[in-house]
Design a protein around this ligand. Structure first.
Ligand code: FAD
Length: 463
């Protein structure tokens, strides 16, 4: 297979598809090499299945909460089999509508099934075939990281992939790790009736968020019955009867945690092993992520990389944007398109949602900027009360004097949607004055951003 493609892409996930569509739209021909399901992690094992179940858990929780408001909904136990079937339907629909149909409609994009492995910078072995091309994009993504813990293989542990395919909800679950996936899935399983214990090695949740927000979320989570333990150093794991047992050191003392199931949520490892990177001259960093420059070039001329395999931010839209930039540079070496994630928003799909864009007050100060920060309570937003007294916070970081918005963090219902108003403001250099003068819908959670901006202006005047 030689010369018939302008670009060969290893993988067919969100990142690969974004690159393929960009190249095809410019008249190029693309081959994607895929060893598993079309569409990669996001549609098959990540965003779509997890958010479908998380949404149902939220509906179920809201229904039970509604009883307290006089809705008289006596929610029975959730039906795991039906929920999983609905989730499968969502996955299959998104895969068909967003990926399969795109391929069928686009005769410039082909897919070759099989495991791809470089033989040289211009040759990729796929099964019995050798694909030759002058330009490759590596978009192999990541896989759930498996911690090296004595005894781990003696228990039938879960990862984020297998936890989304359970036949029934376990009675109890230990989740090792306190990051995004642990919190999203931990709250979801708790709401479906599982007794959840989250064990985190660090001293607090989600370092990418301000503690004033994560503290409120932690309280909400604990009120729902999730047990959180910090400073946990895992020592070993063993099986006893039907239970998985985890021995850990917590504050200098040995403790044993027991549950029906153990889930690992200790991060994502890059899918960069066993793909012949050494033969292609592509270097990786100490974490195994492929090293790229801002134009998404690897250390090997003619080979680009994008998405999870290149490291954080490990979110689908970031990989897709990196892929578009890579594709533009592949097609036109003079383009020199670059990527920065300074304005890339990110959300955690817990309830209430967490979302962030821009920089934190500490990062702003490290850059030598004077800032005025406003931590605004959702209690002051009418919509929060309309919604049944929802708790949350909004953090605005604005440059002192100019009022330019540098960063925004939200803990609020639908924060993953509302963050886009802040994203536009941060990206295009808008100020708290712009935000305060913009009429917002009433009542709405977004109106909290306007109120927080007014408070920031008041603080600026006092400073
Ligand atoms: C549980 C979970 C929930 C998530 N939720 C969200 C969310 O809500 N929002 C969000 O933005 N992100 C979310 N993510 C992250 C998101 O899924 C990833 O950032 C995104 O899928 C990465 O896309 P990618 O194309 O770079 O890699 P992938 O989607 O992993 O695609 C890589 C593809 O390459 C294939 N491949 C790998 N090696 C080879 C090879 N040698 N030969 C052939 N094919 C190969 C794989 O089979 C795979 O299909 C979540 C992830 C998980 C695990």
């Amino acid at each position: 297979m030689t010369g018939s493609y302008d670009v060969v892409i290893l993988g067919s996930g969100t990142t690969a598809f974004a690159a393929a569509k960009t190249i095809a739209a410019s008249g190029g021909r693309v081959l994607m090499v895929e060893q598993s399901h079309l569409g990669g992690t996001c549609v098959n094992w990540g965003c779509v299945p997890s958010k479908t179940l998380i949404h149902q858990a939220e509906v179920y929780f809201a229904a039970r909460r509604g009883e307290a408001f006089g809705l008289n909904l006596a929610a029975a136990f959730p039906n795991c089999g039906l929920l999983m079937a609905e989730k499968r339907k969502a996955v299959e629909t998104v895969r068909r509508e967003h990926y399969q149909k795109e391929l069928e409609a686009n005769d410039r994009i082909d897919v070759l099934r099989g495991h791809g492995q470089f033989l040289s910078p211009q040759e990729l072995q796929v099964g019995a075939e050798v694909v030759r091309c002058e330009r490759f994009l590596i978009a192999t993504g990541g896989i759930p990281r498996v911690a090296r813990i004595p005894g781990l293989t003696d228990v039938d542990y879960l990862t984020s992939y297998s936890a989304l395919h359970l036949a029934c909800f376990p009675k109890s679950m230990i989740i090792l790790g306190g990051g995004v996936i642990a919190l999203e899935m931990g709250q979801m399983f708790r709401r479906f009736g599982t007794a959840v214990t989250i064990l985190e090695r660090g001293e607090r949740l989600l370092k990418e968020f301000d503690p004033r927000l994560t503290q409120v979320f932690q309280e909400i989570l604990e009120e729902e019955g999730v047990v959180l333990r910090f400073g946990v150093e895992t020592r070993r794991i063993y099986r006893e009867g039907e239970e998985s047992c985890l021995v850990a050191e917590v504050a200098g003392e040995e403790q044993i945690f027991r549950a029906e199931r153990l889930m690992l949520a200790v991060g994502t490892a890059p899918a960069s092993v066993g793909i012949g990177l050494e033969l292609a001259g592509v270097q990786v960093n100490e974490g195994g992520f492929i090293i790229t420059d801002e134009e998404m070039r690897t250390t090997s001329p003619g080979i680009w990389a994008a998405g999870d395999v290149t490291g954080p931010p490990l979110i689908a839209p970031a990989g897709a944007r990196e892929a578009e930039v890579a594709a533009q540079n592949m097609l036109n070496p003079e383009a020199h398109r670059r990527i920065t994630h300074r304005h890339t928003p990110m959300a955690v799909f817990v309830d209430p949602e967490l979302a962030t864009v821009g920089i934190s007050p500490e990062e702003a100060r490290e850059e030598g900027r004077e800032v005025v920060e406003t931590c605004f309570d959702l209690d002051l937003v009418a919509k929060a009360h309309v919604m049944g007294g929802r708790r949350g916070r909004m953090l605005l970081v604005a440059e002192r004097g100019s009022g330019r918005l540098l960063g925004v963090q939200l803990l609020a219902p639908r924060a993953a949607d509302i963050i886009h108003e802040a994203t536009l403001a941060v990206r295009f250099g808008l100020t708290v004055f712009d935000l305060a003068e913009t009429i917002h819908v009433y009542p709405s959670i977004s109106d909290g951003l306007r109120l927080a901006a007014l408070e920031n202006i008041r603080q600026q005047a006092l400073a």
